[in-house]
Ligand binder design. Sequence first.
Ligand SMILES: [Cu+2]
Length: 151
Amino acid sequence: MNFKNIAFLVFSALILTACTYPALPKGESLQDVKESTNSSMTNEQKESSPATQEQTDPLESLKETKAEESIAVEIKDYKFSPENFKVTPGAVITVVNKDSVKHSLTSDEGSVDTGLINKDATITVKAPAKPGLYSFRCTPHPWMRGVMVVE
Ligand SMILES: [Cu+2]
C-alpha cells in the first residue's frame, strides 16, 4: 500500500534524524559530534540499528494487536493515550480530555473529528468504515499526533 510505505519512510527518517543528532555538548560543532558518533559505532551496532527502528515503529508494534470494537482514548498533558491503536471498521472511539485546554482528535483525511473537547468532557466518534491507516492530530495543537489502524 502506497501510503503505508510513505508513512514508514517518514517515520524512519525521523528516527534516523533523532539518532544521528544527539544533544550537542557545549563547544563542539555538529560536524564533530557526527564524526565521533559514527567512528565510535562498531559494525555490530550499525547492523542492529534497523531492528531498533522496527521496534519503535507504531505500525510495526500494532501488527500483532487485535482490532478493538471499542476503545477509550485519553488526552492528557498534550498527548493521546494510546497514540497508536487498531480498531474494527465503525468501532466506537471514546475520547476524554483530561487537560484544562481544549483538544480534538481529528483524522488528517477528515472523516473522524471529535471537534474541540472541553476539560473532563467525553466525545464518542466512529472509526471509518474503510480499512486503512488514518493518521490523526489535535486541531489546535497539530504536533499532537497518532495513528489509527482500521482493520
Ligand atoms: Cu490539543
